[in-house]
Unconditional design. Structure first.
Length: 152
């Protein structure tokens, strides 16, 4: 029948199998019954980076929104949303009675934007920027962006 060596080998294999089986059952149970950990979320500060704000240029003619407050480093994207071409221009030399911007800030002029086209400007100098559409400024197509020192 079975030799003594075969009986010892089968007994060892059976013991080894039972140990592996016991370990496989015990590990999930130990994990489920583990000690209480700190389940409170940490209060690490979140930082918000620069954002993009969209201003539509409509056939009213108007900028929508007409006034906007953003943080230094944010970008304003102007989108020509109407059927007519529009510009966004912040250049006191081209619009002397309307355009204004903080000292050391860069002027901008998108040139004519056809329907669906866009123009973006990143504003890094805090202060008030008053801009207009070159073709419709006399009709009141004027906008204002206030740039603050910190993120809002």
């Amino acid at each position: 029948m079975w030799s003594d060596a075969a009986r010892v080998s089968v007994a060892l294999d059976r013991r080894r199998f039972l140990r592996i089986l016991a370990g496989a059952i015990a590990m999930p149970l130990a994990a489920a019954c583990g000690g209480k950990g700190d389940t409170t979320p940490s209060a690490s500060p979140t930082t918000t980076g620069p954002r993009t704000h969209v201003v539509s240029m409509t056939d009213a003619p108007a900028f929508d929104p007409a006034e906007l407050t953003i943080a230094a480093g944010d970008t304003v994207t102007f989108v020509s949303a109407g059927n007519e071409p529009h510009t966004t221009t912040c250049d006191p030399a081209r619009l002397p009675d309307i355009a204004a911007l903080p000292e050391l800030a860069a002027i901008w002029d998108s040139g004519p934007l056809l329907p669906g086209q866009r123009f973006s400007v990143r504003l890094t100098v805090p202060g008030v920027y008053t801009y207009a559409c070159l073709d419709h400024a006399t009709e009141g197509m004027v906008g204002k962006v206030t740039v603050s020192y910190t993120h809002l």
